[in-house]
Design a protein around this ligand. Structure first.
Ligand code: URA
Length: 266
């Protein structure tokens, strides 16, 4: 294979979500079995070159990831409206989740919303319908919104990722990094007064803090946009988690009340 072909193949892997090389050495599956050396022998025979090859491949993967993130940031900076951003996202090929998803799920709701709800990624229902939070989690989110004295149509609802990870698996760091500029641009364009983060994934991604949701919830946080706007932010349990752990609903309720009373202060 030529170097450019190898590079293209590696870039394809990274857009497909591959972030680590787990084998000790590449080998030809199609060759006769007797030609395939046992792993231990490969290690002994080729220790130096394998380390170097892996290092080279990892560097190429990391570079491809950086390029995709850079291209996402540049595209987002150009978008002057939500519809333009949505259009640009639909043309963006830097996230491999697009290949397995049925529909792109962009944010929806009031473009002048005071409050933005942000989840992790579309689930099966959202992927099928192409709208955020329309499945069981969405039904609970609707109830939470109503309990705060709000209407869904007055809010803006979105996710960190715009495509469903296959089988609802946890998104990789690379997938989050590539999609984050699109979320950040949505926030910038909506310019809400409040952000309510649903679950640890959304909170960790947006605030760039690795803490658990139990640690992050229960007090006011702050998100600062690229244009230095400071937005009052709360993090709480994801509705899907609350459906499985009903005992935590009381804590979520107190987070909702915290937001409600802050919004009513004005
Ligand atoms: N879970 C999410 O985080 N987002 C959705 O849109 C649906 C389920």
């Amino acid at each position: 294979m030529q170097n450019t072909e190898i590079q293209q193949l590696l870039e394809w892997y990274i857009t497909a979500g591959v972030e680590e090389i787990v084998g000790d050495s590449p080998f030809a599956f199609m060759k006769e079995e007797k030609q395939v050396l046992p792993i231990a022998q490969i290690r002994l025979a080729k220790a130096e070159p394998i380390v170097n090859e892996n290092r080279q491949a990892t560097t190429v993967l990391a570079q491809a990831m950086q390029n995709a993130c850079q291209s996402a940031r540049e595209i987002c900076a150009q978008a002057q409206s939500l519809s333009e951003l949505k259009e640009k996202l639909s043309q963006f090929d830097g996230c491999s989740l697009k290949l397995t998803a049925t529909n792109m799920v962009f944010g929806e709701g009031n473009e002048h919303a005071k409050i933005m709800f942000i989840g992790e990624a579309p689930g099966a229902d959202e992927d099928r319908i192409g709208r955020p939070f329309v499945g069981k989690s969405g039904q609970l989110l609707d109830k939470m919104i109503e309990a705060m004295g709000l209407k869904r149509e007055d809010c803006y609802i979105t996710n960190v990722l715009s495509w469903r990870p296959p089988g609802n698996r946890t998104p990789t760091d690379g997938e989050v990094a590539v999609c984050l500029p699109f979320l950040k641009r949505q926030i910038e364009l909506i310019s809400p007064e409040y952000i309510f983060l649903l679950g640890a994934s959304a909170a960790n991604a947006l605030l760039n803090i690795p803490d658990s949701i139990s640690k992050l919830r229960g007090h006011w946080l702050e998100y600062e946009t690229e244009s230095k706007q400071k937005i009052k932010t709360l993090a709480s349990f994801h509705p899907a988690y609350l459906l499985r752990n009903t005992g935590q609903k009381a804590k979520a309720w107190s987070d909702m009340l915290r937001l409600k009373s802050k919004m009513e202060e004005k």
